[in-house]
Design a protein around this ligand. Structure first.
Ligand code: PMP
Length: 335
């Protein structure tokens, strides 16, 4: 790879790894390593796309202020790019978010405003309402609003999708994705509908999220709770285009965490919790096939920020999530 002039140029063009140690049934399972983006996640692509779109439309001027409501990977991507491009960034973050995430965002130069976690949509202190109001009251500010910003899905239509087609020489039978904002799913469907309409879309959903119900029954009820971060919703994000999804798998936290640990042990990839959900669904899909298929899924973010959670046996035990040791493996019993 040639020398690049700034870190923003390192976003995207991520490697595609064939999983060779895990049991993938008759299928070839490919993992796109979005954890290798400079901000550590797939959301770097989206942050860049939304900032560049706002620049093109003239709604974000040099030295202007970007506002968003998130403590997640979108915030990290925005903070990285805002610092490089000389924008101010204000992130409105619910106060239940981990201290480490807030330290990381502040260290990147973002202004982090904490707001109440115990209020719902419609309350003035709800983090999204707060951010929208702040943007309206701040001269020259641009509210990113990833849940309804078309440049979110566009990032996947114009970069992730074309990369996958080029890397796999066009032959992909199924794509397994999760939904947070729905940008990945919506953008990739738009791409594959154009270039490879036979490619199936499979939803990986945390147990408790309503998205799998919507795929299976066209309606949904109240959401439950889950610990996997970044995917699963209690509503249907407009960008997601769930109607194109062929089938959905509900994955428990225990299965997601066990699977992402297996990924590290067997294939050497340290990925985040949503990757566990996606990979567990992809493995279930692969093992259920009777003919060979080529399947793609994603390592959505890096596992570094989860070391004290799902990679920590004590935390898993406290949460009641330590899965029993495999037959013949006594180490966990002795420990
Ligand atoms: N995984 C992680 C770790 C994420 O942060 C996100 C974004 N919330 C996703 C997956 C889902 O991506 P999208 O917003 O495109 O649906």
């Amino acid at each position: 790879m040639a020398i690049v002039n700034d870190v923003v140029a390192l976003i995207g063009n991520t490697p595609l790894l064939r999983l060779s140690k895990l049991d993938t049934g008759p299928c070839e399972l490919l993992l796109k390593l979005e954890n290798q983006n400079p901000g550590g996640s797939i959301k770097d692509r989206v942050a860049l796309s939304m900032i560049e779109d706002a620049e093109r439309r003239g709604v974000l001027k040099p030295g202007g202020t970007i506002i968003e409501a998130t403590a997640g990977n979108t915030g990290l991507g925005l903070a990285l790019i805002a610092a490089q491009k000389g924008y101010q960034l204000i992130l409105v973050v619910p106060d239940k978010m981990s201290r480490d995430k807030i330290f990381h965002l502040r260290a990147l130069g973002a202004r982090v405003l904490l707001t109440r976690s115990d209020v719902n949509k419609g309350h003035p202190a709800y983090y999204q309402d707060y951010a929208r109001r702040l943007a309206a009251e701040t001269p020259g500010a641009f509210y990113i609003d990833q849940f309804s910003n078309p440049a979110n899905a566009l990032a996947h239509l114009t970069t992730t999708g074309p990369e996958l087609t080029a890397q796999s020489e066009g032959a992909i039978d199924a794509v397994v994705v999760g939904v947070g904002s729905g940008g990945t799913l919506g953008g990739l469907q738009a791409w594959f509908n154009e270039v490879s309409p036979h490619t199936e879309f499979i939803l990986a959903d945390p147990d408790g999220s309503v998205l799998a119900d919507q795929v299976e029954h066209g309606k949904y009820g109240d959401a439950g709770a889950w610990r996997v971060e970044g995917i699963g919703e209690d509503f249907i994000p407009p960008l997601a285009r769930l109607e194109g999804v062929r089938r959905a798998y509900r994955i428990s936290d225990a299965e997601a965490f066990a699977t992402v640990r297996e990924l590290l042990k067997m294939e050497g990839i340290l990925a985040g919790s949503s990757t566990g959900t996606l990979l567990a669904a992809a493995l279930r899909y692969c093992r259920a096939q009777t003919t060979p298929k080529r399947v793609v899924t994603f390592a959505c973010d890096s596992g570094n920020k989860y070391l004290s959670k799902m990679f920590n046996d004590d935390w898993l035990r406290q949460q009641g999530l330590l899965t029993p040791p495999q037959t013949g493996d006594l180490r966990d019993l002795i420990a």
